[in-house]
Structures are given as structure tokens and as C-alpha cells.
Design a protein around this ligand. Structure first.
Ligand code: IMP
Ligand code: MG
Length: 173
């Protein structure tokens, strides 16, 4: 059971996602986007965001994990890699949250090796104070303090992703 405090309501999330979508739509006017979601955490944000983008989009995903319980590890496991051709495309990587930056940095390097025409990154949440490696993030929903959170796609042991709001997490013992 979640016993933490709500951080962003469903309404705050909806407004911010819509603002991000408008910014991305303006930046990509006249171009086609290859939107690559980083699963599992980004699946709800991804689905909401792409519906706010007014540019042609092709969808793909990378399934990766680096978290064990509540802390990030430097080992990144990729279980599913994007199938779309990346070379020459305008790639937008979409992730739920950036913490140490280790996962996103490795995924970014991998995508860059495939020679996209352009690469931008959109993360809904940013735990800036926790960064261990610098990663250029082009679009950020909210900057948040160093707290473990769940909801809106984010999990603790693969649960609580379905909460429609974002909450800090404390395990009830
Ligand atoms: P990083 O490699 O440390 O930046 O970790 C990024 C990934 O860890 C994110 O894409 C999330 O899937 C997961 N993560 C980081 N912080 C949290 C959190 O507070 N709650 C749930 N998952 C998190
Ligand atoms: Mg993630």
C-alpha cells in the first residue's frame, strides 16, 4: 500500500503534458517524428504525450531496466530494442524520469550510433540533484526533489503504475 504524499495531481499532469505536446508540435512542424518510448515506466506518459503532438509520428519502444527495488544500478538490461530504422530519422526518446542519468545516457549513445538525423529527449520528471552523468534533456515536465515516487507509470516492484497521480512512496510495514 502507498502511504506517501501526493506530489502531482492528475489535473496538474494533464496540463503539463498538454504544454509539452504544444512545444514539441511547434519544434517539429513539417517533420516526421520517430517516437521511442522507454518501457515500462514511460508507457502512460508516452500514450498521453503522443496524443498531444500535432506532427506525423511513428511509434517504437525500447524495454530496459536498471532499477532494483528503489535504487538505480549501473547495469542496464535491454530486453527489447527498437525495430524501426533509426538512420536519417528525427528521433524523440520519451522517458518517465531521469535520476542518475545512467540508463538514458546509455540508451542515447546506442541510438546515436545508429545515426539519426536528429535526436531529442523528453522526460516527464527530473531528479536533477541525483545526476551522476550529464545527459542533454530537451523537454522536462517537472523537476522534483530526491524522493522515490510511484504512479503515472512509475513503479515500486512493478506495482502502483496505475495510480492516476504521482505520489511519494513509503512502504507500509
Ligand atoms: P537512472 O538511470 O538512475 O536515471 O534511472 C532512470 C530509471 O529508473 C527511470 O526511467 C525509472 O524507470 C527508474 N526510476 C528512477 N527514479 C524512480 C522513482 O522515484 N520511482 C520509480 N522509478 C524510478
Ligand atoms: Mg524508465
Amino acid at each position: 500500500m502507498v502511504t506517501g504524499k501526493p506530489m502531482f495531481s492528475a489535473e496538474q499532469i494533464r496540463i503539463r503534458v498538454s504544454e509539452l505536446g504544444s512545444g514539441i508540435s511547434a519544434d517539429y512542424a513539417g517533420r516526421e517524428i520517430l517516437a521511442i518510448g522507454i518501457l515500462k515506466g514511460a508507457f502512460i506518459f508516452y500514450a498521453d504525450l503522443i496524443r498531444q503532438i500535432k506532427a506525423p509520428i511513428t511509434n517504437d519502444f525500447i524495454i530496459a531496466t536498471s532499477y532494483v527495488k528503489t535504487s538505480s544500478t549501473s547495469k542496464l538490461d535491454i530486453f527489447y530494442d527498437a525495430r524501426e530504422e533509426i538512420k536519417g530519422r528525427h528521433v524523440l526518446l520519451i522517458d518517465d524520469i531521469i535520476d542518475t542519468g545512467l540508463s538514458l545516457s546509455r540508451i542515447r549513445d546506442k541510438v546515436l550510433q545508429a545515426e539519426p538525423e536528429s535526436l531529442k529527449i523528453c522526460c516527464f520528471l527530473d531528479k536533477k540533484a541525483c545526476r551522476k552523468i550529464d545527459v542533454p534533456v530537451d523537454y522536462i515536465g517537472f523537476e522534483i526533489p530526491d524522493a522515490f515516487i510511484v504512479g503515472y507509470g512509475l513503479d515500486y516492484e512493478n506495482q502502483f503504475r496505475n495510480l492516476p497521480y504521482i505520489s511519494t512512496f513509503k512502504k507500509k510495514s
